[in-house]
Design a protein around this ligand. Structure first.
Ligand SMILES: [Zn+2]
Length: 387
């Protein structure tokens, strides 16, 4: 091997070896650097101890501090639950720049210093805690700042799938900006987070019901995302019981299970038909048969819904086509009627009922040729695709 390295007396074994990291297998950079130095000493008939610098010109002997960095990591991860980990490093600009120039000078056959530091600290931590390194999907990533000597812990978020029922009106699905009243998100998230000890959490729902609409039956699918959790091995059947006990009569959860991040996307695009129970007040009394016959004319039909008036500031103005799969008069008591409706995902049921001043056509109000008042609306079931 013919290596003419002008800097041989200026670099430590790690940095020397790292310049040629692609040469030879089964060697650490330190071993590789030492070998190069030995060969050089033999080639030039020199005493090897004369070939070592007091301080490495590239890294300032940063590799002497590996155990110290491992100490910093061990301290930082105290209180975090995890099975796999990965170390990353943030290094001083000067070192990174010197490293880049040196690697280039010797033909970019090496490995950059951040990689080696991360791996060496990882090995030292592994020896002490016995947990595995994962490159693809670690539970926690620890970034060591080698310049200012501290570590940042970045745990992978937790994702929990479930279905919720909303048993009381006036509860929004997610947090209000101005914080009036507790949301489904907070009912579920506060309890969950008291176990996972995350920094924050989000509830991703498969659609949402209005604040004054109940969500009954088998519940609405959701994914709860917990950011930067300290704990991750929580028994979900225990958690489910705990949520249902502390939110009793307001919000209930079922089917909790751990899922991967991609479930959030799936749930957002989930298009499901829903079964609604609508209670209305008629302006004029009608008999049961007449009312039922007129409602039945909507069954199987496509209705055209222009963006509702109440949503006009939040959504673009356009016309949506939705199919009413089934409509059934359940009860009639004077001017009060209960109607069960099964319709496409995203149907505006209140507008289907009152017509929204002609923005939804046809509507129940139009079919009955009279004004109607909505007394109550509930989602009684979300139909899975197989239903
Ligand atoms: Zn060095």
């Amino acid at each position: 091997m013919e290596l003419e390295i002008g800097e041989i007396k200026e670099l430590c074994d790690h940095c020397l070896g790292r310049l040629f990291a692609s040469l030879g297998h089964g060697l650490t950079n330190e071993e590789r650097g030492k070998a190069i130095r030995v060969i050089y000493a033999m080639d030039h008939d020199l005493n090897i101890s004369d070939l070592y610098p007091d301080k490495c010109e590239l890294c300032n002997n940063i590799f002497d501090k590996i155990e110290h960095f491992a100490d910093i990591v061990i301290k930082a991860i105290e209180g975090y639950e995890f099975n796999t980990f990965l170390i990353g490093t943030r290094n001083s600009r000067e070192i990174v720049e010197r490293d880049r120039i040196m690697l280039e000078k010797y033909g970019n056959r090496g490995e950059d210093i951040g990689n080696e530091l991360s791996r060496e600290i990882g090995k030292a931590v592994y020896k002490r805690i016995g947990k595995d390194v994962s490159f693809n999907d670690p539970d926690i990533t620890i970034v060591v700042d080698t310049e200012y000597e501290y570590a940042e812990v970045l745990p992978k978020p937790i994702f929990i799938y479930g279905r919720y029922r909303k048993l009381e009106r006036g509860i929004p699905q997610t947090r209000w900006i101005h914080g009036e009243g507790k949301s489904v998100e907070e009912y579920i998230g506060d309890v969950a987070n008291s176990y996972f000890l995350g920094e924050k959490y989000y509830l991703h729902g498969a659609g949402r019901e209005d604040v004054d609409v109940l969500m009954l039956g088998n519940g609405r699918p959701f994914v709860l995302e917990i950011k930067s959790p300290r704990k991750r091995n929580i028994d979900l059947s225990m958690l489910q019981e705990e949520i249902n006990r502390s939110c009793s009569g307001k919000v209930e959860v079922l089917d909790l299970k751990y899922v991967k991040r991609d479930m959030v996307k799936k749930i957002k695009s989930m298009e499901s038909r829903k079964v609604y129970m609508l209670r209305i007040e008629l302006e004029r009394e009608m008999n049961f048969e007449d009312l039922e016959n007129r409602l039945k004319q909507l069954e199987g039909k496509v209705i055209y819904q222009r963006t509702p008036w109440r949503e006009r500031h939040r959504r673009p103005d356009r016309v949506r086509e939705k199919r009413i799969h089934s409509i059934r008069l359940v009860s009639l008591d004077g001017r009060h009627a209960e109607i069960e409706i099964i319709s496409d995902a995203g149907t505006y049921i209140k507008e289907l009922a009152h017509g929204d001043n002609g923005r939804t056509r046809p509507s129940i109000s139009e079919m009955l040729d009279q004004k109607i008042k909505i007394e109550r609306l509930d989602v009684v079931k979300i139909l899975d695709r197989e239903d």
